[in-house]
Structure formats: structure tokens, C-alpha cells
Write a protein that binds this ligand. Structure first.
Ligand code: GRF
Length: 202
């Protein structure tokens, strides 16, 4: 049984896609053992609870400094003993201590075709604003391993999405979620659970 911890910050639609895929059997032999958010108001926490998944808030605001938060986040992850950690709309940079502890066991969904529109400052709607400002005709989403950099880890999967005339950042974000993120993230977890994608020490 693949034990999965999911880190979230917002609405949790990618978490929802994972939960749906577990229910339909698209993802087999897997259990989401804990959902952790840095944001106490994240609707993703409600999604977890409504599916009977333990939902924990570890907020930087509850700690005297970033180092203390990082230690608490690492403890919160170790407690649930995950085989895999999924960053699903998680907006906090993962500290090196966690990347090293869970080497090649952390994956992230990014709402662009890496290496375009990624790295420091590219998250959420900002990604789609940059896509529209540049005038590219194709964008998409990427699932990648998390390493010490920002959006620099080995790419696992990508899916392209058309940019349409008149798109706003919000409309484009929704299309990228529906046509790419909510498809390739569950697919990646299903392949990891099936052993088709290897995780852990390389
Ligand atoms: C979305 O922009 C997604 O592309 C990115 O985080 C944002 C919120 O995702 N990964 P979610 O609805 O909280 O899963």
C-alpha cells in the first residue's frame, strides 16, 4: 500500500482529483494518510476531512521563525510515515531538510510546461498572467520531482493545453486544471503506486 501525504495551501482541486481517482480505482493500492496545509483557511482541509483523511494545519504564523516552522513541517511529515509526498497547490518552498529526508519521494504539480513560466515568483494565477502577457499559444501543466531548486526537479509528466483568444488568467487557469493538472497528477501517482515510476534513493 503506497502511503501518500499531500501538502496544500488553497482550494484543493488537485487533492480532489486524487481523492476521486482513489474512489474510481484509477489509483490503486494507495492511501492518502495525511493532508497538511500551511493555511488554516484552506478549503483543501475541508475536502480532506469530508473524505475521512486526517487534515493538519502547520502554519508559519504559529512559529517564532522559519526554521521552527520547517522543523514542525518535517515532524508532521515523519509522523505519518509517507512513501510519497505530493505538493498539490502548496505555496511554501520545501526546505532542504525535507528534500534530503524524502529524496526522490516528493512530487509537485506546476501549472505550466516547465522550463517555461516556472521558478521564483511563478505560482497560481501569476503563471497564467505571464503566459498571456508573452502571447504563447500553448501552455499546460507539469508533474516533476522536487529537488533543492524551485521547479527544477526531474520531469515526470506534462500535458499541453491551448491558449484561446480572449482568455483571462482565471479562465486559462481553470482550463489548465481541467485539461491537464487533474489528469496528469493522478496518473503520476497511479504509476508510482504501480511501480511503473520509481521513487526513493536513485
Ligand atoms: C493551481 O493554480 C494549481 O495550478 C497550482 O496551485 C493552484 C491551486 O491548486 N498547483 P489547488 O486547487 O489548491 O489544487
Amino acid at each position: 500500500m503506497l502511503r501518500v501525504a499531500v501538502l496544500v495551501s488553497g482550494g484543493g482541486t488537485n487533492l480532489g482529483a486524487l481523492l476521486d481517482a482513489l474512489k474510481t480505482g484509477k489509483i490503486k493500492n494507495t492511501e492518502i494518510v495525511r493532508v497538511i496545509s500551511n493555511n488554516p483557511g484552506a478549503f483543501a482541509l475541508e475536502r480532506a476531512k469530508s473524505h475521512g483523511v486526517e487534515a493538519v494545519c502547520i502554519s508559519p504564523k504559529s512559529f517564532p521563525d522559519r526554521e521552527a516552522f520547517n522543523r514542525a513541517l518535517l515532524s508532521g511529515l515523519k509522523e505519518c510515515d509517507p512513501d510519497l509526498i505530493v505538493l498539490a497547490g502548496f505555496l511554501v518552498n520545501i526546505p532542504e531538510s525535507i528534500v534530503k529526508t524524502f529524496k526522490n519521494r516528493i512530487i509537485n504539480i506546476h501549472p505550466s510546461l516547465i522550463p517555461s513560466f516556472c521558478g521564483k515568483g511563478y505560482y497560481g494565477l501569476k503563471v497564467h498572467e505571464a503566459v498571456l502577457n508573452r502571447g504563447v499559444k500553448v501552455t499546460g501543466a507539469t508533474v516533476h520531482f522536487v529537488d533543492e531548486g524551485i521547479d527544477t526537479g526531474r520531469i515526470i509528466a506534462q500535458k499541453a493545453v491551448e491558449v484561446l483568444p480572449g482568455d483571462t488568467p482565471e479562465v486559462l487557469q481553470r482550463r489548465v486544471m481541467e485539461q491537464a493538472e487533474w489528469i496528469i497528477l493522478p496518473e503520476a501517482v497511479a504509476k508510482i503506486a504501480a511501480g511503473e515510476i520509481k521513487i526513493g534513493e536513485a
